[in-house]
Design a protein around this ligand. Structure first.
Ligand SMILES: C[S@@+](CC[C@H](N)C(=O)[O-])C[C@H]1O[C@@H](n2cnc3c(N)ncnc32)[C@H](O)[C@@H]1O
Length: 200
């Protein structure tokens, strides 16, 4: 049986704004590891737009891996590697090195240990200057959560008490402790942020 193609409605809305940031911060050549690729829609979009880069999608979920493989095959793109089963929380990512790591909409929909693993392992695979790109909603210092993000946070926590919007300052502190500089921030549609961390 062929792998089932999954779709996330948010991707149609956020893929172009995210691509605009990635165009500014990714190298022109090299390997980009995507953590939590989900349906595979982002990686196909980015790989088509950035042909000088090779993309390595990944996810821990079997259905996601099937969807990524099916979308990659359908795209006909040669610059997407077969997806890897990768749990960000694991201490042994099956990737020795990458020129950039991207992770979209994962850290609030996974236990905190996945974020700890993301920074620890991205710090290991990236060289100095290498980019770790995160996209998603955050709690920001001195600001109330926007009503849409407050409702989203409550729904995440009701689904899993270990999920929920992360505190931007806490993530930035973890990044600093993991060998990354302070994040460059870009405001994104629907109260999301792009965060770009560079390996020191
Ligand atoms: C909301 S989806 C986002 C998928 C895709 N990045 C997007 O924006 O459409 C969250 C993804 O995180 C993945 N995920 C959850 N826990 C994870 C972990 N510990 N390590 C890596 N990925 C994880 C899920 O399997 C799922 O594909």
């Amino acid at each position: 049986m062929s792998d089932q193609i999954l779709s996330a409605p948010s991707v149609q809305r956020n893929r172009e704004p995210i691509l605009a940031v990635l165009r500014e911060v990714l190298p022109s050549r090299g390997l980009v590891l995507e953590v939590a690729s989900g349906s595979g829609e982002h990686v196909v979009h980015f790989a088509a737009a950035l042909p000088g880069l090779t993309f390595q999608p990944s996810d821990p979920d079997t259905a996601a891996l099937g969807s990524i493989a099916a979308r990659t095959a359908k795209s006909g793109l040669a610059n997407i590697r077969p997806p890897l089963r990768l749990d960000a929380a694991a201490p042994d990512w099956p990737v020795p090195a990458a020129d950039a790591v991207i992770c979209i909409n994962m850290i609030h929909i996974s236990p905190w240990r996945a974020t700890l693993g993301l920074f620890a392992q991205a710090g290991r695979v990236l060289r100095p200057g290498g980019v770790l790109y995160l996209y998603g909603p955050y709690r920001r210092p001195g600001r109330e959560l926007e009503p849409s993000n407050l409702a989203f946070d409550e729904s995440l926590r009701s689904r899993n008490p270990e999920w929920g919007l992360r505190d931007l300052d806490t993530v930035a502190a973890l990044a600093a402790a993991s060998g990354f500089g302070a994040p460059a921030m870009t405001e994104m549609p629907a109260n999301n942020l792009s965060l770009v961390f560079r390996r020191v």
